[in-house]
Design a protein around this ligand. Structure first.
Ligand code: PLP
Length: 396
């Protein structure tokens, strides 16, 4: 059956992913099963999405109820779950208002459009340039791939959208040199995800905030991967004693339901007026009721604290591995957004882990990324570390 499905998939599905040769059928908590009933502990969680784990019964109940009540009506009308979700997010963040969409790229699109529109409304029509970071990742739509500081993401799609400039992450002098009156915003992930789990140097984000304030430019944080508890705070910016003006969220917001959000302070969000931006599916009652339940459960179950605690434990265990294996160059990340840079390619190690019943992820060829559901336990972490220890033993 495996072979049939995979060979059919390889003729009917666009070949945009290099997929692993397993077909996943169901999940529970941190475990997923393939169609042959082989179990895997999931350290990928759908790429930092399923923070509550798979098939949470309380989320499922809310989804079932809402699907029998009202799924979609468009944003021409008010619906209660959307309003409640926006209230939840704004009372717990710097932001005053929320625009709902369906993905991280769309949330970033909205952020870019809002920043440009804000200065346009001020009569500063030339002020449209946005500084982003090298090795960043902001999505695959035209504006967001143009904002992404990785050539391999933009390759083949020229001409990309005009108006993006790149500086090295952690290089405040480069930002100083690049800043001028035509810069409308600095856009960045507070901790880089796809680009290699890069944590900012102490003081870097504060210095970026200060430079934006001096120049009158907006600060946009892409928290699509870092938001919703992943780093051991609800939002990663909370680690650094500053806040952005605009923030994008997606990935874990719906625990697997497609939802994105762009949050902003009142004075900037007013640049969006009726007709300036829209999304048919943005914030449907179905996805917003699920997202609201996800967030309430995260709070009720103290998941952010749990993430911070087991994340620190996981990090220590990875450092233990580093001390035992010369192929590990370093361990990086915060909370349960962790990475391990190797001197060798990561793909064979990912394959070997899968064979042993663990799903892990490799980025940039040589960085193993660990982004399990936030409900992961120390026992599950120990099992993976033991497995990695054996696998790395054989790698030279
Ligand atoms: C995944 C990701 C995106 C893109 O999100 P999509 O939902 O795939 O469009 C954007 N920014 C960051 C930081 C991401 O990790």
């Amino acid at each position: 059956m495996n072979k049939d499905i995979i060979s059919t998939a390889d003729t009917v599905i666009a070949n945009t992913y290099k997929r692993f040769p397993i077909v996943l059928a169901r999940g529970k908590g941190c475990t997923v099963w393939d169609i042959n009933e082989k179990a895997y502990t999931d350290f990928v969680s759908g790429i930092a999405v399923c923070n509550l784990g798979h098939a949470d019964p309380e989320v499922a109940a809310v989804l079932a109820r809402q699907s029998e009540t009202l799924v979609h009506v468009s944003n021409l009308y008010y619906t209660i779950p959307q309003v409640e979700l926006a209230e939840w997010l704004t009372t717990r963040s710097f932001a005053d208002r929320v625009f709902f969409c369906n993905s991280g790229a769309e949330a970033n699109e909205a952020a870019i459009k809002l920043a440009r529109k804000y200065f346009h409304d001020q009569g500063q029509h030339e002020r449209f340039r946005i500084i982003t970071m090298e090795q960043s990742f902001h999505g695959r739509t035209f504006a967001t791939l143009s904002a992404t500081g990785q050539l391999r993401i933009r390759f083949g799609f020229d001409p990309v959208l005009n108006g993006f400039e790149f500086i090295p992450f952690n290089d405040i002098d480069a930002l100083k040199r690049q800043m001028n009156d035509n810069i409308c915003a600095v856009m960045m992930e507070p901790i880089q995800g796809e680009g290699g789990i890069r944590v900012p140097d102490p003081g870097f984000l504060k210095a970026v905030r200060d430079l934006c304030d001096q120049a009158g430019a907006l600060l946009i944080f892409d928290e699509v991967q870092t938001g919703i508890g992943r780093t051991g705070k609800l939002f990663a910016y909370e680690h650094f004693g500053i806040a952005p003006d605009i923030m994008s969220l997606a990935k874990a917001l719906g625990n697997g339901l497609p939802i994105g959000a762009m949050l902003a302070r009142e004075q900037f969000m007013t640049a969006f007026t009726p007709g300036t931006h829209a999304s048919t599916f943005g914030g449907t009652p179905l996805v917003t009721s699920a997202a609201l339940e996800v967030l309430r459960l995260m709070e009720k179950r103290n998941m952010v604290d749990h993430c911070s605690r087991v994340g620190a434990y996981f990090r220590d265990r990875l450092l233990w591995l580093r001390d035992r294996h010369a192929v590990i160059m370093d361990v990086r990340g915060m909370g349960l957004l962790l990475g391990m840079k190797l001197t060798v390619k990561g793909a064979p190690i990912v394959d070997a882990c899968m064979e042993k019943g663990f799903l892990i992820n490799c980025i940039q060829d040589d960085i193993l990324r660990f982004i399990p559901p936030l409900v992961i336990t120390e026992k599950e972490i120990d099992a993976l570390v033991e497995c990695l220890d054996k696998i790395l033993e054989a790698v030279r």
